[in-house]
Write a protein that binds this ligand. Sequence first.
Ligand code: BGC
Length: 906
Amino acid sequence: MRYLSLVALIGLCFFTLPLQALSVYDLSCEHKVNPMGIEAAKPRLSWKLEDRANGIMQTAYAIRVATDMRFNRKSLVWNSGKTNSGQSVLVPYAGAALESGQRYYWQVKIWDNQGQESDWSEAAFWETGLLNTSDWQAEWIEPKQDTLQDGPAYLLRKDFSLNRNIASARAYVSARGLYELFLNGRKVGDEVFTPGWTVYHDRIQYQVFDVTDLVQRGENAVGIHLGDGWFRGALGWMDNWAIYGKAVGAICQIEVTYTNGQQATIVTDGSWKSSQEGPIVLNSIYNGETYDARKEMNGWNEAGFNMKDWDDVTVADHSKEVLIATETVSVRKIEEIQPVKVWKTPKGTLVADLGQNLVGWIKLKVEGPAGTTVTIRHAEVLDKYGEFYTENLRAAKAALTYTLKGDGLEVYEPSFTFMGFRYIAIDGFPGELSPENITAVVIHSDMEPTGTFECSNPLINQLQHNIVWGQKGNFLDVPTDCPQRDERLGWTGDAQAFCRTAAFNMDVSAFFTKWLKDLSADQLDNGGVPFVIPNALRQGGVSAGWGDVATIAPWTMYLVYGDKDLLATQYPSMKAYVDYIREKSGDSYLWTGGSVFGDWLYYKPKMTSHTEPDGYTNPDMIATMFYAYSSRLLSQAAEVLGKDADAKFYAELYQKIKSVFQDNYVTGSGRIASDSQTSYVLALMFDLLSDELRPKAAEHLVNNIRKRNNHLSTGFLGTPYLCHVLSDNGYTDVGYDLLLQEEYPSWLYPVKMGATTIWERWDGQKTDSTFQDKGMNSFNHYAYGAIGDWMYRVVAGIEIGAPGYKQIRIQPHPDERLEFARATFDSSYGEIASGWTLKDGQLQVNVTIPPNTAAIIELPKATITGVQANGQGVRENADLKNVEEMDDKLLLEVGSGQYSFSYSYE
Ligand code: BGC
């Protein structure tokens, strides 16, 4: 009885709460939630609005920032006061100068266009890093190291005592190599592969950890486990190692604040000791790890450990100016997967199938006599005989070798290597292997998932799954081409092709902010952009469509996240790249010799009996087309940044290249040299044709596709834009023909062959189950996954109206071959959704628009009188503004809210 009345009371309270309460959530600083180690002088703050009413716009905000969570007057460093502004994304801090190593709490409250005022949000924070090089009291130290290539990981340690009660403690740490930090026997933080991969000569990230709970009054010990990683290990396939230096080392500074306000600082210096006798006897990104558990030194990272036989460290004079706070989101262990099957192949190899091509490593649980060695090898595929296939890994050994210490259950996972695999082969396992002995640990940069796409065709859903897994596997601190063979490099062409799709699936703002700065750092003196970033191949060549990531990626990030500062930071790099081409092409405006890779991996009809020509596209023409496109993007960036003279200059440059391109490569009937799909795609996408020739070129493209029986023939450069060009020119149905094509070459062919990631080549595995050339055949390469962008933007219809989705365009493109399609995207303003269902000639379109944005909705084949909107006629519904019929579409403007439209779609 008592209970019942309580429930009634709660119910009453609930229902009397104002339904439209305005509130603020998802506070972030510099694209991150509660970041540790911010170096920006004016960190930018973002928040989202929550409100159930329609048409909500922020009209003002107030931000307060303090060094104390209570926001009392003494601790306040900024109080913006009520500021009339609709800006809720990337609002720059404008308070007192920030200090090193300080936590700043912040809160925001807002007012909206309906006269509502929110409460103060919950407090979020950012913490500054070490803002001045002189804040580093620690020295770079290096362990004694005898084997430089594929050698052991090192242990470094120091005991220290803290003689008062501790209020707080921070660790600032980095490495020339990869490190794991331990305090009193416990690993600090959940990041892996720290400090990440940057252009180490110029930039090395450090991490900041709150270690208050890991240190204690009395005796303490700090330990660093140090591996080779990208710093010293081999990178690329030419025995290219020690690119950044022959010796690995670490730097660490622990700052302790006692409750009485006094400070203690523990730093890496000559008093540390090191050992090369730890359990990891071999560590290498490509080759794997060899671990001898008998060599474990119990208590090495705890106080009072006996350092007999440990070596002195060397204090090295490396620059500390290169140290920068972490710009990206760190790599973490994201999920774990159990094998779906364990069995012996016909040849007797013991194999486990994880059911998913993934990136990370195996956590092994094993029990057996000391000295027993278990070896785990990794493969993406089985061959046609069902045997373990590793030839496509080229020289990468990708093996884990674990020797047991022999005391009960042993659990092992590696520290400084990763593999791309779906299958493992296990050798030497003592006793019966069961699936519980094996867990795959999936690792990648810890990007928030932001997008979903789903439709009525299970093959397309699997394609979306494969695109997402291609991204998980290849966004490992840098955007890599592949995760399994002796490559795993930041190939620029692949990144430009995929970055827009990537930005739908996950929040890649911080990830690209960092990587693009590496691009600037490794840009050649003449402005050229190397093939890979960081430039691990140490080459000075440039290729059209690869180097253009310098303009395409910053522009894409600006469109998706509205981040003008990123654009401003990259602007000199964008301009240097275009000027590099300008220099090469001179007065001809033709970039001859500019393409090394052409339309990489375009269709070549070797596989079947197709008699049609291949998809070859003239590389010089490709180069000139990208020259035009990059000039145009640069002029647009200049315009956004208020660089009017540049905007004008590069817009004119673009016009000149466009006209020279037409003179050289286009006939009066709209035929373009090479007559390939990619020639038409790039010319149309980059707007290089006259109004008159556009439709003709589009027709040639469609004829080409039809002649090939609805198959594509594009490579890395044409593929991302192929369907966009079709839908932009009135051939959405042909785009669907290609998307739904199940035979090679197509997106669904690998899906039909059982792929769980995107393949490098259209025919990585042929219909007879044989493989493409083992020299270059990755089963986890994201470039062709760029079709995801079309699925989100065109099939489901979530399109950017103004940078950062402040304005949204909803433009669903239904096709009767699907019953439904829907996508969501968690933008900087909140979730945008667009989806449609087509049944019995009736179309229903469901849309969600987040607060503080507005949208134009385009309903295809709709009329004012035919559409019901949220159960009302279009004219009666007060939420719909500027309703207009145009070109077989109905256009409506809406504010935030949820909308459902239905009408007969004939
Ligand atoms: C990489 C590609 C890259 C290409 C350029 C390959 O080895 O895996 O993804 O774009 O080389 O030639």
